[in-house]
Structure formats: structure tokens, C-alpha cells
Write a new protein. Sequence first.
Length: 193
Amino acid sequence: MEPLALNPRQTALISIDLQHSNVGRQLAPHAAADVVQRSKRIADALRAAGGTVVWVRVDVTALLSLPADASISRPPGSPVPPPEFSQLVPELQVQDGDVLITKRQWGAFYGTDLDQQLRRRGIKTLVMSGIATNFGVDSTARAAFDRGYELVFVEDAMSSLAAELHHFANKELFPRMGRVRSTDALVAAIGSR
């Protein structure tokens, strides 16, 4: 595997949906607590090197009210999720200089100012983490690829509802759009600059 070279000042962590509604779920192959811890580790390293940290959260109520497949939409008459479902977990220790994006779809680019926030900061490389690998991370990565960003997928800083979905994305899809690396390899690359 080729060494990972990146310019931290032109790099942003895009961490998807590390909020109460997702972190409370049973995930595979990586536990939610591990994904949160690794994403925070990446964020801390990138901030220290002059990079950008973007925390994306989904407005769960808006997403569940979409007229879509019943498997993701809220059945009529069911309770509205509590507001804290859409809040980022406190373990991330979001900092004042971090960018916060609220989305209402699976992808973080549609209907948000994410692209504008990144371009204003001169960002060229996006480091992807979060929950779920094959929903929010994948959808956001595809839109980023279409916009010409370089992508690094941190395999052990994302997870899904089933291990096979996570593995398929990391072995078959993500290598076609960018590079797949571990948290350790990414943090080492950030620290080497």
C-alpha cells in the first residue's frame, strides 16, 4: 500500500452522523463507541496540524418524515423522535472552530452549505468517517467525488448496520473514489507533515 501523503491545511475531516440516534445502535464491524473515539482522535490530530473538522448531523425528524420506503420513514402515528436524537454525542468534544452541518437527507452536500464552507477554506482532500458506512458516508463521498475532492476513507472510523455492508463499501466502492486507510495510518500521515 502506498504511503498516504496529504497537506493537513488543505484537508478536512467530514464525520457523518455521530449523534445519539446512531451511536445508540448496534453496529458492525466496529462498535459505535470505537467509531466516535477514532473520529475524535482524527479530529484532534487534524486540528493540531491546521486542518478543518466538519461534524455533520442529520435532522432525524426531517429525514423520517420524507415520503419514502417505510423501512426508513416514520410510520403514521408513531412518536416523533426526541430532539436529542439529532444532537452530536458529547464525547466528540466539538470545538468552537469546527464546522457544523445539519442535513436532511443521507448526503451532506445536498441542501447545505458544505461545499461553500470547504472551498472558502481551500480544502482539497476530505477524510471520511461516521455512521453509517453505506448510507451517509457513501452518499456524501459520492457527491464529494463528483465535485472533484480527493477522498480518504478511514475504514475503522466508520461502521454500519451489518458488517457485510461496511466491507462491501470499503473493498468495492471506496477504492474507486479514493484511498482506504486505518485511523493509525491517517494520524501518522497527518503527524508527518
